[in-house]
Design a protein around this ligand. Structure first.
Ligand SMILES: [Zn+2]
Ligand SMILES: [Zn+2]
Length: 412
């Protein structure tokens, strides 16, 4: 396609104007570039539709989506393109405004998802007229400047109205068919989770979170420094650990989720299967209570050894630590919420014995490994907490939780 290639060359040579003190020219150029991008995205959909119609990928035993990814389209973009390809023949208004560049591919996709949602919510098939009027309604909203999220929200409202109109429908709140859970890794290497659940599933979630998210006083007597959001996140981790252990957790059971970390032979960072590279501090924390299986690779990428749960505190030692500490030594969380922390990490020569272990809940364990809280074994053979300098500049040791409360009791 010589014309397209020439256009592309011209575009690549385009640079922001050197002399534009008011920014007007640059602003106008940006506006034009946005329209061009929208038009190009629309063309990608049209060309993909053609490819799909010709069955090019199918003849090679593949799918058009896979073909797009192989060509270099990002997987999420390819997924979105295919969703639009499937829906566009039934959405002429969207098609028209996509073609003239007025609708971005993100907003087109929101309308497509909105229309899919409306159809799913309605037990009978939408009539041609209904479909057209809903399409025009959503497109009008998009053209008047609504964001993709607002368009989807509006589609959900329409869906509710349609579902309420026919009593044979399952109410949206009870419709498990609408349930979704999505997770993606963010640019920071964190994981963002989004869930849309039936009322009952949501209720289970909220009550389990609430049970585990109550504030606990800090070792220095201050109120819990975590925000409500942070407490809920800690509660979620606890639920995951407890689920990994099975339904019943006895008083000495340790909630542990088995993670597998792959350690390359030289240089490269360790990786986790779902979320990619992982920091050394995190690896140390996960390794600390034995919930880590390490797979060490040789130069050819072949596993050398499976260092299964190295230096794990065996049950009898864990019991002894529980007898001494009674609960998380920092916040007082019950033993079933705790892990045994190596005071001196085993990688640094720490031993696996009573004098080198102490009980910490997941949240406090993180505070110790990542946020400057220290632990020392006292001459009384009880663990003592050393606050970070940001909390106590003199870093005076504080007794473990059970000893603190004991002193309060005796002082009263
Ligand atoms: Zn704790
Ligand atoms: Zn630890």
């Amino acid at each position: 396609m010589p014309e397209l290639t020439t256009l592309l060359d011209q575009l690549i040579e385009t640079t922001p104007p050197a002399d534009d003190p008011s920014g007007r020219t640059t602003f106008d150029a940006l506006h034009t570039l946005r329209l061009m991008r929208n038009i190009v995205d629309h063309q990608i959909v049209l060309h993909t539709t053609q490819l799909e119609g010709l069955g090019v990928a199918q003849k090679a035993g593949s799918t058009t989506k896979k073909l797009l990814i192989e060509m270099g389209h990002a997987p999420a973009a390819a997924h979105r393109t295919m969703r639009i390809v499937d829906a566009l023949p039934t959405l002429p208004t969207v098609d028209r405004h996509g073609a003239d560049g007025r609708l971005s591919t993100e907003i087109v996709d929101a309308i497509v998802r909105g229309m899919n949602h409306i159809e799913k919510r309605c037990s009978r098939a939408l009539s041609e007229d209904e479909r057209t009027s809903r399409e025009i309604e959503l497109t009008g909203q998009a053209l008047s400047g609504a964001t993709p999220a607002q368009v989807l929200e509006h589609a959900r409202t329409i869906g509710h109205t349609l579902a309420d109109a026919t009593d044979t429908d399952i109410p949206a709140a009870d419709d498990a068919g609408l349930n979704t859970v999505n997770a993606h890794t963010t640019d920071d290497g964190r994981v963002a989770i989004r869930a849309d659940l039936t009322q009952v599933t949501g209720e289970k979630f909220l009550s389990m979170i609430d049970d585990r998210a109550c504030p606990r006083p800090e070792p220095d007597g201050a109120d819990d420094r975590r925000s409500a959001e942070q407490r809920r996140a800690d509660a979620l981790e606890l639920i995951l650990d407890q689920a990994a252990l099975g339904a019943s957790i006895d008083s000495v059971g340790s909630p542990r989720t088995q993670l597998v970390v792959t350690i390359p032979a030289v240089g490269d960072p360790a990786t986790l299967p779902w979320t990619g590279t992982v920091s050394q501090a995190t690896t140390k924390q996960v390794a600390c209570d034995g919930s880590l299986t390490e797979i060490i690779l040789d130069g050819e990428g072949v596993p050398l050894q499976m260092g299964q749960t190295r230096r794990l505190f065996p049950a009898h030692l864990r019991k002894a630590v529980i007898v001494r500490d009674r609960c998380c030594i920092k916040c007082g969380a019950p033993p079933s919420h705790t892990q045994v922390h190596h005071i001196a990490h085993w990688a640094d020569g720490g031993t696996t014995d009573l004098d080198n272990g102490c009980l910490l809940c997941q949240r406090c364990h993180t505070q110790v490994h990542h946020h400057g809280w220290g632990i020392v074994m006292g001459f009384d053979r009880h663990p003592w907490l050393v606050p970070p300098a940001t909390i106590d500049p003199q870093r005076r040791p504080l007794p473990a939780y059970n000893r603190r409360t004991m002193r309060l009791d005796s002082a009263a």
